[in-house]
Design a binder for this molecule. Structure first.
Ligand SMILES: *Cc1c(COP(=O)(O)O)cnc(C)c1O
Length: 436
C-alpha cells in the first residue's frame, strides 16, 4: 500500500488565502458601499443599530462551518466542544443580563423565536391576543398574511383614538370576551412604557400565558431604561440586533422549569435544524457588552436622545403620535403637512437621513404609502450623538418635510442639498468603524 501523499486537491485558486476583495470583487464592492452608506448617512430606523467590531468578528467566524444540532452536552454531532462553550456562555450571559432562570439562544431570527412560542404553547386554531398592527404591533403577532394569523385565531387590542395609548380596560374586556390562551405584549412602533404588571393581572384573570416580545426595547431593559418584563411575563422573546446591539437573531427567556422542555423542543427539532453557531457566538459577545456599566449609560442616552429628537420635531411643527416618547422610538404624523410617509422616506433619504414610512394609528392610507414615519435613536446614539445632535437632526427632518409640503413629493432640492451638507458634518464628527 502506498503511503505517498495524495495529489494536491485542485481547490479554487486563492481558496485559503484570498480575502473577499480578491475572491469576489462584486460582493466586496457592495460591502464597501454598505459601510460607506452606514458611515455617511444618519441611521434613524428604530429597529437598526451598529454592532461592535467584536460582534461582527464573532459573527463572521469559523463557527459558520459547525453543525451543532441539539443543546450543549447533548448534540447530534461530534466536535462540539467549542460550540458548547460558546452556547453555554451565551445562555449564562443572557440569564444574567435579564435576570431570569432559562434562555434559549438558538432562534435564527425574531420571527422564528415567536413561532417557537406558538409551537410550544398553542394548537392550530387557538385564540391569542396581540397588539394590532395599526397600533404598532408586529407581523408575527397575528397579521393575516403571517403564519400567526393564518394558522391561529388572533384577537387584537389597540390604542385609543384620543390619547393614542394602549387602553388597558379594553385589553381586559377583550381578554374576558375571547379567553385567549396567550396574550402578547410588546410591539414595533409603540413609543410608550409597557405596564407589564397590568397585563399580568389580565392574563391571570383569564388563565392565559403572558408573552412579552421586547424586541425593540430589550437594550433599554438590559440597561435599566425601561421596566423589565420579568417577573410578570411567563415568556420573553427578543431580537438581538435592535437596541440590544448584537447580531441579527432572536432569543427566548423564561423562569418556570415546566416551560423548558416545550420551548427547547419547539426551537429544535420543532422548527430549526442546526443553530447558526457563528451568530450564537455574536450574541454571546453582545450580551457581555450589555453587561458592562457603559451599556447602562448607553441605554439611558438612547431615551434621552429620543426625547430631544421628539421635542425638536414638535418645536419645528411636526406632531408626535401620543405626544412624545418614553423609549427609543417615535411615530411622526405628517397628516397636517399633507406629506405621505412614502414621500418623506424618499425625501429624507435624498438628504442622507435614513428612516422608514410607517402607518400611524387609524391611518387612512395604505401600508405602502402611510401618513407617518418611524424614527429611532439607538444607531445614532451608538455613533456618539447626544441630545444636541438629535435636536439638530429634528430640525433637519422638519426642513426636508416642509420642502415636501410646499413642493410635493419631489421636495425642495436646495433644502435637501443643504441638509445633506449638515448631515455630512455630523457624520464626520461621529465616525462609524473608524479603523475599518
Ligand atoms: C423585529 C421584530 C420581530 C422580528 O424580527 P426578525 O428578526 O425581523 O424576524 C419580532 N417582533 C418584534 C416586536 C419586532 O420588533
Amino acid at each position: 500500500m502506498s503511503t505517498a501523499p495524495s495529489d494536491v486537491l485542485p481547490v479554487m485558486d486563492g481558496f485559503w488565502n484570498d480575502d473577499l476583495a480578491a475572491a469576489d470583487p462584486e460582493i466586496a464592492a457592495a460591502v464597501t458601499s454598505e459601510l460607506a452608506r452606514q458611515r455617511d448617512k444618519i441611521e434613524l430606523i428604530a429597529s437598526e443599530n451598529i454592532a461592535s467590531r467584536a460582534v461582527l468578528e464573532a459573527t463572521g467566524s469559523v463557527f459558520t462551518n459547525k453543525y451543532a444540532e441539539g443543546y450543549p452536552g447533548k448534540r447530534y454531532y461530534g466536535g462540539c466542544d467549542y460550540a458548547d462553550q460558546v452556547e453555554t456562555l451565551a445562555i449564562e450571559r443572557a440569564k444574567q443580563l435579564f435576570g431570569c432562570n432559562f434562555a434559549n439562544v438558538q432562534p435564527n431570527s425574531g420571527s422564528q423565536m415567536n413561532q417557537a412560542v406558538f409551537l410550544a404553547l398553542l394548537e392550530p386554531g387557538d385564540t391569542f391576543m396581540g397588539l394590532d398592527l395599526n397600533s404598532g404591533g408586529h407581523l408575527t403577532h397575528g397579521s393575516p398574511v403571517n403564519m400567526s394569523g393564518k394558522w391561529f385565531n388572533p384577537v387584537s387590542y389597540g390604542v385609543t383614538e384620543g390619547d393614542e395609548l394602549i387602553d388597558m380596560d379594553a385589553v381586559a374586556a377583550t381578554a374576558r370576551e375571547h379567553k385567549p390562551k396567550l396574550i402578547i405584549c410588546g410591539g414595533t412602533a409603540y413609543s410608550r412604557t409597557w405596564d407589564f404588571g397590568a397585563f399580568r393581572e389580565i392574563a391571570d384573570e383569564v388563565g392565559a400565558y403572558l408573552l412579552c416580545d421586547m424586541s425593540h426595547i430589550s437594550g433599554l431593559v438590559a440597561g435599566g431604561a425601561h421596566p423589565s418584563p420579568f417577573p410578570h411575563c411567563d415568556i420573553v422573546t427578543s431580537t438581538t440586533h435592535k437596541s440590544l446591539r448584537g447580531p441579527r437573531s432572536g432569543i427566548i427567556l423564561w423562569n418556570d422549569e415546566k416551560l423548558t422542555k416545550p420551548l427547547n423542543m419547539a426551537v429544535f427539532p420543532g422548527l430549526q435544524g442546526g443553530p447558526l453557531m457563528h451568530v450564537v457566538a455574536g450574541k454571546a459577545v453582545a450580551f457581555r457588552e450589555a453587561l458592562q456599566p457603559e451599556f447602562k449609560t448607553y441605554a439611558h442616552r438612547i431615551v434621552e436622545n429620543a426625547r430631544a429628537l421628539a421635542a425638536s420635531l414638535e418645536e419645528n411643527g411636526l406632531r408626535i403620535v401620543s405626544g412624545g416618547t418614553d423609549n427609543h422610538s417615535m411615530l411622526v404624523d405628517l397628516t397636517a403637512k399633507d406629506v405621505t410617509g412614502k414621500a418623506a422616506e424618499a425625501g429624507l433619504d435624498r438628504a442622507w437621513l435614513t428612516c422608514n414610512k410607517n402607518g400611524i394609528p387609524f391611518d387612512t392610507r395604505s401600508p405602502f404609502v402611510t401618513s407617518g414615519i418611524r424614527l429611532g435613536t439607538p444607531a445614532g446614539t451608538t455613533r456618539g450623538f447626544g441630545p444636541v445632535e438629535f435636536r439638530t437632526v429634528g430640525k433637519l427632518i422638519a426642513e426636508v418635510v416642509d420642502g415636501l409640503s410646499k413642493n410635493g413629493p419631489e421636495g425642495d432640492a436646495q433644502v435637501e442639498e443643504s441638509v445633506r451638507a449638515r448631515v455630512s458634518e455630523l457624520c464626520s464628527a461621529f465616525p462609524v468603524y473608524p479603523g475599518m
